[in-house]
Design a protein around this ligand. Structure first.
Ligand code: GLN
Length: 534
């Protein structure tokens, strides 16, 4: 088994996760079994309690792990199914070490960063290696080389290389080569210095991937090679992609990145056949049609808050030969503005997940607009709860209907806390999480889209549809088209007589892949396209 470690230099937001994921794509296309994972140096046990302002989306795995959004890229770019083992944080490492210390496992010893913390990190790599049965494990270390908090991870990687053998371990350093306008030049110094910083702690990268806005000319490559102590063909250009992140594997392949990695690690494989991947990219870049989809949320100004939702829209668009133009609508603005001004020219309205009451009334306005005007609607998690509240208030006459998440005094709590959540006070990893099965009603829109009566989807929520209102809402044209297998939890809702109105208590966006769009998203884009063509 071989191990590749990705480090980052100079600045954050370099696309290190995407670069690692892209290498995963290329190696998988060469026939290798690949597993990706991420080590995050922060002290949170997982990102589940962090605000999207801090961290972007929280990505949820089958086993219910709440993880860094890079794991979303890993799952979209490769076929490997990930688990909670694949996202390690300093918080987890320290928690486990301190638990052991209290149990007396280290009795008599002083517990220290080296060896106890570093040992714990190395053990995790070995556990993942054993469980995965992969040919190669790609590990991305979060943060930037030079960060104090990243040091234990880098030291653990250095030791790991020493123990596993140099021929089995490869370090890839992703760095920035900035362009200085006044000088009209690309500058290599930051890269030289960040590699020097790595060498100081005993790590010599074998490959340097250079994020750049302009082509790396031969002289620049040679300079980087000389000062970072690598052959010039191990300097890889990663220019900003023009249209879509899915171009990145193709670009890196052109730079012979995957060939180089295989040679360094002694893998003999076939050349990758990227035809299908390139076809997908082509459909994203050169679509025939176009639809405008409003995404109504409270974090729309953040690029990363609804990452998987945006990706799922792209996948579905590609499948429908259609560009999906995202119109990001601030829910709070809808509370002040005429909805026709913000939503008048879209062919679909999507409300993603969310927590807390800010922007909720704006979302209710958007859901009502979609329902009354016959605009295709897709609601995800909170988006289903909003649709329920809206329907109860305006189609059922239940004035003041609300979710108990937004106040205890609603006369009609149509969304309420799940029974199992009643006594829960801790906020970390305490929701209904991960993959659960649901049964789908035959004859429903959901059944048509899935083509199946049994589905499995990923969840992350605390509140649910209040069954006391079931009959009343159904009487007014509300359709409950999927529930948990025992019938107790509502999983999908629809509205009778509407061209396309569907919302799920789960998060379908986490299961969408480039060449396998999620059926709910694909149905939604198809419906939007039909509206467009009317
Ligand atoms: N806040 C809602 C709940 O906890 C919805 C969660 C979500 O959208 N992920 O049930």
């Amino acid at each position: 088994m071989k191990f590749i470690f990705f480090t980052g230099g100079v600045v954050s937001s370099l696309g290190k996760g995407l670069t690692a994921a892209s290498l995963g794509t290329l190696l998988e296309h060469r026939g290798l079994r690949v597993i990706l994972q991420k080590f995050d140096p922060y002290l949170n046990v997982d990102p589940g309690t962090m605000s999207p302002f801090q961290h972007g989306e929280v990505y949820v795995l089958d086993d219910g792990a709440e993880t860094d959004l890079d794991l979303g890229h890993y799952e979209r770019f490769t076929s490997g199914k990930l688990s909670q083992l694949n996202n390690l944080t300093s918080g987890q490492v320290y928690r486990d070490v301190l638990d052991k210390e209290r149990r007396g496992d280290y009795l008599g010893k002083t517990v220290q960063v080296i060896p106890h913390i570093t040992d714990e990190i190395k053990t995790r790599i070995r556990t993942v290696a054993e469980k995965s049965g992969a040919d190669v494990i790609i590990t991305e270390i979060g943060g930037t080389v030079g960060d104090i908090e990243g040091l234990p991870f880098l030291e653990a990687m250095r030791q790991f290389m020493h123990e596993a053998g140099r021929e089995n371990v490869l370090f890839v350093h992703v760095t920035l080569v900035p362009y200085i306008k006044a000088a009209g030049e690309l500058k290599t110094k930051p890269t030289q210095q960040s590699v020097a910083k790595l060498r100081e702690i005993g790590i010599q990268p074998s490959v340097v991937v250079c994020r750049t806005e302009f082509p790396l000319e031969q002289d620049v490559r040679e300079k980087i090679a000389l000062f970072t102590n690598i052959p010039v063909n191990a300097v890889i250009e990663a220019r900003d992609v023009k249209n879509t992140i899915y171009e990145l594997p193709v670009m890196l392949h052109r730079e012979n990145f995957d060939e180089l990695v295989c040679r360094e690690l002694g893998f003999e494989t076939k050349d990758p056949d990227l035809t299908q991947w390139k076809n997908f990219v082509d459909r994203v870049v050169n679509p025939t049609n176009k639809v405008r989809i409003a995404v109504v949320g409270k974090y729309i100004e953040l690029q990363d808050a609804y990452k998987s939702v945006y990706e799922a829209l792209t996948h579905a668009g590609a499948a429908c030969d259609c560009e999906v133009q995202q119109v990001r609508v601030d829910a709070e603005e809808l509370e002040r503005e005429d909805p026709a001004r913000l939503l008048g020219d879209v062919q679909g309205i999507l409300i993603p997940g969310g927590f807390g009451d800010r922007g909720v009334e704006g979302k209710v306005i958007a859901a009502r607009y979609a329902r009354e005007k016959g605009i295709p609607y897709l609601g995800l998690c909170l988006g289903m709860q909003i649709a329920t509240i809206e329907f109860a208030r305006h189609a059922c006459g239940l004035e003041g209907a609300n979710s108990t998440e937004f106040g205890d005094n609603s006369p009609h709590p149509v969304i309420c806390l799940m029974e199992e959540q009643e006594g829960v006070t801790a906020l970390g990893a305490s929701m209904r999480l991960g993959t659960w099965e649901a049964k789908v009603q035959e004859g429903s829109l959901a059944h048509r889209l899935y083509g199946s009566s049994l589905i499995s989807e990923r969840h992350r929520h605390r509140y649910e549809f209040n069954n006391k209102y079931r009959a009343q809402l159904e009487g007014a044209g509300f359709i409950i088209s999927a529930t948990s297998p025992d019938g107790s939890l509502v999983e999908i809702i629809e509205v009778k007589g509407h061209p396309f109105y569907i919302a799920s208590q789960f998060h379908p966006e986490f299961l969408s892949k480039p060449n396998h769009p999620h059926p709910l998203f694909q149905g939604f884009i198809n419906a939007a396209l039909n509206r467009q063509k009317r």
